[in-house]
Design a protein around this ligand. Structure first.
Ligand code: ADP
Ligand code: MG
Ligand code: ZN
Length: 479
């Protein structure tokens, strides 16, 4: 019997807040273990949680961008576990109702478009981390992450291949970063997911028993884990065995999944309302102002950039990167020619931002300076090569491009009076070549341009020189 995969994802994204979900401890990674902690996030008896309003807004914002319904009133529940890195003995999460219900994200375009439905988005806090010190045979607990705010986005089981799952995750990741809901640093575990996967007879509407692979924080691992799990379940069915519902761990070193525990049901967690927190209220007014703060959908931004003359690839490179569109808009606003600004950004500026871990908005090279550089190129005062050679210095120093170029002596002669004067001199000195050129030896134009370059000691703009020569020669012909 032919079987097909059914996949549902549970994505955890760390919200971009300065402080934790229920206390004032910082969320920034990298601190010494157990320094970003307090009585609340370490679960001391009697400590009372206080809701972080920013986290709530970010969760609602994600929901609005994903077409979810933001519930005016939602509740926190205690989800009970026993883990060494969970000092409360429960995770504070939302069962029913969550902050957002429903929603969707569409993959592909046109005929190939497929909409993946979301079940819910809820708020919850993260656990701490166990660090295993194998040398000394001991395990240590770091609670810096305990209480960090997360949203969990749960999809319906609408995905049907590893490629689709990866496309979904990449699109969601980019969207949440663009919304500034999360920093999305995969290596810090700020965006990670659980993959639920089952097989069913092709065309059947009845779902099979699923395996749930926990905590994947790389798109590649998601793909590998799904492929492995499809094979594992297929061979169980093929040999007449059944698949049991279980929780699995993916081992990237061996590209395989292993059983963590056989599956628990929601009632195993003994969810109950968290009595220490009041209901979460989101007013219509908040929802409206969040809606107004949403950036334009990516498709709309792409269309706008293309209407400014950018090629689709060029536009996509900009919309793919955080803050790049704002920087681009500011440079165009400052007078930069859009296509030239986009080229400079994609070829030089954004790669340097990435390399030096700089945000466009805080780069020394301002949009205005980038626009001046574009204008120097546009007018022929600066050659492409010289511009590219001095770009890194511009990027690092933020010096005005005109100032730096003239300091380096690379500004070209591009004003038409000077070029015409030079062209005139060259034409007079090389009458022979000019008549041969007029007789059809078109190659001689580059010789003549070369002579202009020589007379200007390399400072003339070659394109402008060719134009000036053509003008002088055609005027001469008329006389
Ligand atoms: P939990 O894992 O917490 O018990 P749910 O039962 O709500 O939660 O399901 C979680 C995820 O598993 C959802 O993304 C859902 O789409 C997916 N899922 C549920 N049943 C199946 C199935 N039979 N095959 C694949 N995915 C499934
Ligand atoms: Mg689950
Ligand atoms: Zn704390």
């Amino acid at each position: 019997m032919e079987m097909e995969p059914v996949i549902g994802l549970e994505i955890h994204a760390q919200l971009k807040t300065k402080t934790k979900l229920f206390c004032d401890c910082p969320t920034e990674p990298g601190a010494e273990p157990n320094t970003n902690i307090c009585e609340i996030c370490t679960g001391q008896p009697g400590a009372l949680p206080r809701m972080n309003a920013r986290a709530l807004e970010l969760a609602a914002k994600a929901g609005l961008a994903l077409g979810s319904t933001v519930n005016h009133r939602s509740l926190f529940s205690r989800k009970n576990y026993f883990y060494p890195d969970l000092p409360n003995g429960f995770q504070t999460s939302q069962l029913d109702p969550p902050i957002c219900s429903g929603g969707e994200l569409t993959l592909g375009e046109g005929e190939a478009a497929k909409t993946i439905r979301l079940n819910r988005i809820h708020l919850e806090d993260d656990a701490g981390k166990c660090v295993h010190d194998e040398k000394r045979g001991r395990s240590l607990v770091d609670l810096n992450r305990a209480g960090v705010p997360l949203i969990e986005i749960v999809t319906e089981p609408d995905l049907s291949s590893s490629l689709e799952a990866i496309e979904f995750l990449k699109k969601l990741h980019a969207l949440l970063i663009r919304l500034e809901v999360t920093e999305g640093r995969l290596e810090e575990g700020e965006f990670r997911c659980d993959v639920n996967i089952s097989l069913k007879p092709k065309g059947s509407s009845q779902l099979g028993v699923r395996g749930e692979i926990k905590n994947l924080n790389s798109f590649r691992f998601v793909g590998q884990a799904i492929e492995y799990e499809i094979k594992r379940q297929s061979s169980l069915y093929a040999s007449g065995q059944s698949v049991r519902q279980e929780t699995l761990h993916f081992d990237p070193a061996h590209h395989e999944t292993r059983t963590l525990r056989t599956k628990e049901e929601a009632h195993d967690y003994r969810y109950f309302p968290q009595p220490d927190l009041p209901p979460v209220i989101v007013t219509e007014k908040t929802i409206n102002s969040l809606k107004a703060s949403l950036p334009a959908p990516i498709e709309q931004t792409l269309a706008r950039l293309i209407s400014l003359g950018l090629k689709e690839d060029q536009a996509k490179l900009l919309t793919d990167r955080r803050e790049a569109v704002e920087y681009f808009d500011a440079a165009v606003e400052a007078g930069g020619e859009p296509k030239r600004v986009a080229t400079l950004m994609n070829e030089l500026f954004l790669p340097l931002c990435l390399k030096t871990d700089t945000k466009p908005s805080t780069a020394c090279l301002t949009p205005k300076s980038l626009a001046s550089l574009a204008a120097l190129l546009e007018s022929g005062q600066l050659g492409r090569r010289a511009a590219y050679e001095m770009f890194e210095e511009l990027f690092k120093s933020g010096t005005d491009p005109q100032v730096l170029a003239s300091k380096k002596g690379v500004l070209q002669i591009s004003d038409s009076d000077s070029l015409l004067k030079l062209a005139q001199e060259v034409v007079e000195a090389h009458q022979d070549e000019v008549s041969k050129f007029l007789g059809g030896q078109e190659k001689l134009m580059s010789f003549l341009v070369g002579q202009v370059m020589r007379r200007s000691r390399g400072a003339a703009d070659p394109k402008g020189a060719a134009k000036a020569l053509a003008l002088v020669i055609s005027e001469g012909k008329k006389q």
